[in-house]
Write a protein that binds this ligand. Structure first.
Ligand code: NDP
Length: 339
C-alpha cells in the first residue's frame, strides 16, 4: 500500500520514508520546493517506482494537500516548524495547526484508512520543580498560558510547545467533529527529544536540524560546562526507533484513536558525553570531560519521565536503542562527514 509522508526531507521524516520503503510500502513524500526533492530521490533511487516526491509549496493554504493525498492508504504528517528563532508565536503555531488541519481536511473524501500525526511530549509535559512521570492523559496547559500571556516575549520553547499542543488538539477535535463522515482513524505519536544518525541533506554542521544541533554542539563543540552536563537533560528517543513507531502506528489496528508516548528514558548530557568517550570514535581530547568519575550518576534527579507502557502494549514498542549505540552511530556519521 501507499503512504504519504509530509515534510519528507526533514530529519525524522526521511527515516520514516526509509523504514516504510524497506518494509515494502510505496511512499509519496512532500517537500516545499523541487530542490529539496533531489537528495531524497538520490538516497532512495533503488526504490524506483515505489518512491516519489511531490511539491506542496505552502501547507497553510486551503486544499494544499488535495492532490498529494490522492490514492494513498495512510498518511504520516510530520512537517512542522522546529527551529530556534521566532518572534511571533504564530511563526510556529500557524503552519503547525493549519498544516495539520489541511492534511485531515484533504483526506476527508479519500480512501485513506489511517492518519498518523507526529506531535511531541511538548504537548504532554510541563516544566516542574519536583519529579513527575507523565502519561498520555496529561496535556501541557502551561506553555499555552505562557504564550497567551506573554505573546512575543514568551520563551521560544513555549512558542514551539504551544504549536504542538494546538496542532494536536486541533487534530483530535477535527476527528470528533467529523466522526460520522471519515473513513480513517487518527494515531498521534508523542516523542521527546530525538537524537540519532542524520540521513537528510545537511551540507555543514551549521545546517543541522534543531535537536541534532544540540547533540553535536554538546558532544563535539563543548558548549556546556561540567555542571550543565550533569544537570541539563530531558527524555529522548533514537530517530530510528521513532521511525519504527511511525511504521507500527499505521500497522496496528488497535492503535486507532490513541496518542502514544514513545521514549527511551531520561538523560543528562553527561550520559551522552560518557557514551562518546566509550565509543572511541573521536579522540578523548575532542570530547568534553564533564563530571565523569565524580559519582555523578548516583546523584542525578530527573524531573521529567514518561510512562511508555501504552506504546509497549499496543504498538509493540518494548525496547529502545541505547544511548551508547545512538552516540556511537552519530559520531561515526559525523566523522565520515569530516566534521
Ligand atoms: P526538521 O526541521 O528536520 O524537519 C521539519 C520538516 O517540516 C521539514 O521537512 C520542513 O521543511 C517542514 N516544515 C517546517 N516548517 C514548515 C512550514 N512552515 N511549512 C511547511 N513545512 C515546514 O525537524 P524534525 O525532523 O526534527 O521534526 C519533525 C517533526 O517531529 C516535527 O513535527 C517536530 O515537531 C516533531 N518532533 C521533533 C523532535 C525532535 O527532537 N527533533 C521532538 C518531538 C517532536 P523545510 O525543510 O522546507 O523547512
Amino acid at each position: 500500500s501507499k503512504v504519504l509522508v509530509t515534510g519528507a526531507n526533514g530529519y525524522i521524516a526521511i527515516w520514516v520514508v526509509r523504514r516504510l520503503l524497506e518494509k515494502g510500502y510505496s511512499v509519496r513524500g512532500t517537500v516545499r520546493s523541487d530542490s529539496k526533492a533531489e537528495h531524497l530521490r538520490q538516497l532512495f533511487s533503488e526504490y524506483e517506482g515505489k518512491h516519489e516526491v511531490v511539491v506542496v509549496e505552502d501547507i497553510t493554504k486551503e486544499g494544499a494537500f488535495d492532490e498529494a493525498v490522492k490514492g494513498v492508504d495512510a498518511i504520516e504528517h510530520i512537517a512542522s516548524p522546529l527551529h530556534l528563532h521566532a518572534d511571533d508565536p504564530n511563526e510556529f503555531i500557524e503552519p503547525a495547526v493549519r498544516g495539520t488541519l489541511g492534511v485531515l481536511q484533504s483526506a476527508l473524501k479519500t480512501n485513506v484508512k489511517r492518519i498518523v500525526v507526529t506531535s511531541s511530549t511538548a504537548a504532554v509535559m510541563e516544566v516542574l520543580t519536583s519529579p513527575r512521570k507523565f502519561s498520555e492523559i496529561d496535556w501541557n496547559q502551561q506553555a499555552l498560558k505562557e504564550v497567551e500571556e506573554k505573546g512575543r516575549d514568551a520563551l521560544l520553547m513555549d512558542k514551539y510547545r504551544a504549536s504542538k499542543i494546538l496542532a494536536e488538539k486541533a487534530a483530535w477535535e477535527f476527528v470528533n467533529e467529523n466522526k460520522a463522515s471519515i473513513g480513517w482513524d487518527l494515531v498521534v505519536l508523542n516523542p521527546p527529544y530525538v537524537y540519532g544518525p542524520v540521513i537528510h541533506h545537511v551540507p555543514s554542521p551549521e545546517q543541522i536540524n534543531a535537536s541534532m544541533a544540540e547533540f553535536y554542539n554538546t558532544i563535539l563543540k563543548g558548549v556546556k560546562d561540567t555542571s550543565q552536563l550533569a544537570s541539563l537533560g530531558d527524555c529522548w528517543i533514537d530517530v530510528r526507533d521513532l521511525a519504527l513507531a511511525h511504521v507500527l502506528a499505521i500497522e496496528k489496528e488497535q492503535a486507532g484513536g490513541n496518542r502514544f508516548i514513545v521514549s527511551q528514558g531520561p538523560y543528562k548530557w553527561q550520559d551522552f558525553v560518557d557514551a562518546a568517550h566509550k565509543a572511541g570514535v573521536y579522540p578523548e581530547s575532542a570530547i568534553p570531560k564533564g563530571g565523569l568519575s565524580s559519582g555523578y550518576a548516583a546523584s542525578v534527579t530527573h524531573l521529567i519521565d514518561y510512562d511508555t507502557s501504552k506504546a509497549a502494549r499496543v504498538l509493540g514498542m518494548d525496547k529502545y536503542i541505547s544511548k551508547e549505540e545512538c552516540t556511537k552511530d552519530c559520531l561515526e556519521d559525523f566523522k565520515k562527514r569530516g566534521w
